[in-house]
Design a protein around this ligand. Structure first.
Ligand SMILES: NC(=O)c1ccc[n+]([C@@H]2O[C@H](COP(=O)([O-])OP(=O)(O)OC[C@H]3O[C@@H](n4cnc5c(N)ncnc54)[C@H](O)[C@@H]3O)[C@@H](O)[C@H]2O)c1
Ligand SMILES: O=C(O)CC[C@@H](O)C(=O)O
Length: 527
């Protein structure tokens, strides 16, 4: 088996390259390239490991036919075009916890730097001014810290601030009252936070809801003398309004680690009194960089080598322990989805995935994604488990999931049903020996077939002589039959025949089969 190839395109702790090699990947570390250079190179790689410098655009994805996974050693993935990656079936992963403590500590460091004007005091002292009377600071003890965003980093900042004897109020629409109590913070609305906080620190992603959350209007609602810290994302604070607030003295200090445009080599804020900044250093400690490098390499290698999916933003997670158990189910689900897709001519507004028995104990999301991938692949051969759920949504296909924990005729079963203009149609399959996918029911008729390779599906009247006639026809056309699977609704009623054949069945043979007496339908299938 050829080894997966990974490119590390941003500066990353060397542990990442070591882990890739130890886990069976070939790895190249080539940093600082232009987008054009990356476009020329990316075609040969299965994986791309990045930090924030590499911008993974549609153009880069278009030039990457082999790419299967992008791993961000860090949290924010705003440098990756996730919809474009999903559409191409590329998994995007991040490392959501590896740099949280480090970034929270940076926010606290900036809070102290603002409270005591450390950068300017340092600069003037080293300039020989000994400015003993020029820097009257404030204590943080007893002050109110307003937390906008109380997720991983926000909650660490809160715990540190509580240790510093601050009062913490938090605005986060997704923060439950129970979690607020657990964190020891008071959950407030945004106006409440703005009117009460002595320090405001931001810890949300940049979304349509959070963009400009500290707008000119909201900054005007803050207390006079407020100090603002942003270690999350540029774009959360209106930088022009921030400058006005600092110039007017309404805002006593502001510290930005992140800017609307990065790298920020020029900004109207530079040189403003009581403004301090760092060049997106929130995650820059030895500990955090080792953490994220190890984690991203382990996650990506897991995916490329054994199919495990951790911390993916566009695909359900699948641990390395779960992967071997789920793999045969995903193969079964994909085959059932494909069978229904190949046999359905009408438009399908709804597809239902029903698991029964042992299958219900597993993570359903990969099973559903595999059914959708099989079903939609009939329409486009670029569909895979990553982009199938997105495509289904885009095409208005309603996806239903149903679980029945008790066993039926089989210890485990996956059933795929589609709603069509002519009614609901379903196929079902099980796993023999927990590993071999087997079709066991088709449109209400019991059959038993291994769905693989080239197959023929025939619906005919159950009458003597048919099997001989179809065998003769295929034999005369040089088509060897591998397996022969029969099922019927009732004696003399409708029967189905699923044949696996060693070579593709031509249109001409299908036509001749269709003309045999008693035949209602013939279709070539492939898996
Ligand atoms: N400066 C750096 O180097 C650096 C390092 C790491 C992370 N970050 C950034 O910090 C941010 C926070 O990271 P995290 O790990 O804590 O993320 P997280 O997802 O754990 O937490 C984000 C929180 O924001 C909340 N939120 C979402 N929309 C909101 C809204 N409209 N108003 C208020 N709250 C809202 C969410 O409910 C969540 O609790 C991210 O943008 C990340 O990219 C920056
Ligand atoms: O990689 C970095 O230095 C920044 C990381 C940070 O912005 C993140 O979102 O994790």
């Amino acid at each position: 088996m050829t080894k997966p190839k990974v490119l590390i395109s941003d500066k990353m702790d060397p542990n990442a390259a070591r882990i890739f090699e130890e886990r069976g990947c070939d790895v190249d570390v080539i940093t600082g390239e232009t987008p054009e250079q990356l476009i020329a190179r990316i075609g040969e790689y299965d994986g791309l490991a990045i930090r924030s410098s590499t911008k993974v655009t549609q153009a880069i994805l278009d030039a990457a036919p082999n790419l299967k996974v992008i791993g961000r050693a860090g949290i924010g993935v705003d440098n990756v075009d996730i919809p474009a990656a999903s559409a191409k079936g590329v998994v995007v992963m991040n490392t959501p916890f590896g740099n949280s403590i480090t970034t929270a500590e940076h926010a606290i460091a900036l809070m102290f730097a603002l409270a005591r004007q450390l950068p300017e005091a340092n600069a003037q002292t080293q300039a020989g001014l000994w400015p003993k009377n020029g820097f009257m600071g404030v204590e943080v003890t007893g002050k109110t810290l307003g937390l906008i965003g109380a997720g991983n980093i926000g909650s660490i900042v809160a715990s540190r601030a509580l240790g510093l004897k601050m009062k913490v109020v938090a605005f986060d629409p997704f923060l439950t009252p129970e979690r607020a109590v657990e964190m020891g913070v008071e959950k407030v609305d945004l106006d409440g936070l703005l009117s009460r906080a002595d320090f405001i620190t931001l810890h949300t992603p940049l979304t349509d809801q959070t963009r400009n959350i500290l707008s000119a209007e909201n900054l005007a609602k803050t207390r006079k003398g407020v100090r603002i810290i942003n270690c999350a994302r540029g774009g959360l604070v209106d930088e022009a309004a921030l400058k006005e607030g600092l110039d007017s003295g309404h805002i006593a200090g502001a510290a930005l680690d992140v800017f609307q445009t990065e790298p920020a080599k020029d900004s109207p804020l530079f040189g403003t009194p009581n403004f301090i900044c760092t060049p997106h250093l929130g995650a820059s400690t030895t500990e955090a960089q080792v953490n994220v490098a190890l984690q991203v390499a382990e996650q990506m290698a897991d995916f490329l080598v054994s199919g495990g999916v951790t911390n993916a933003l566009n695909m359900p997670s699948l641990s390395a322990e779960e992967a071997p158990k789920l793999k045969p189910y995903m193969a079964l689900a994909e085959k059932l989805g494909s069978l229904v897709g190949q046999l359905t001519r009408d438009s399908v507004p709804r597809i239902s995935i029903h698991t029964e028995g042992a299958a219900t104990e597993l993570n359903q999301k990969p099973i559903v994604a595999a059914v959708l991938a099989g079903f939609l692949r009939v329409q486009s051969d670029t569909v895979n488990m990553v982009n199938a759920p997105f495509l289904a949504k885009e095409r208005g296909l309603e996806v239903r999931e149903v679980k029945t924990e008790r066993e039926g005729d089989y210890h485990t079963l996956v059933r795929v049903s589609v709603k069509t203009e002519s009614g609901e149609r379903s196929v079902a399959g099980t796993l023999f020996n927990n590993v071999e996918p087997r079709l066991v029911e088709m449109f209400g008729i019991k059959v038993e077939a291994d769905l693989s390779g080239h197959m023929m599906y025939i619906v005919n009247e159950d009458a003597p002589g048919f099997i001989g006639r179809i065998g003769t026809l295929l034999g005369e056309n040089g088509i060897n039959i591998g397996t022969f699977n029969l099922g019927r609704r009732n004696t003399g009623g409708e029967a189905v025949l699923l044949l696996s054949v060693d070579s593709p069945v031509s249109e001409n043979v299908l036509k001749q089969a269709c003309e045999l007496p008693g035949v209602k339908m013939v279709k070539a299938l492939s898996f």
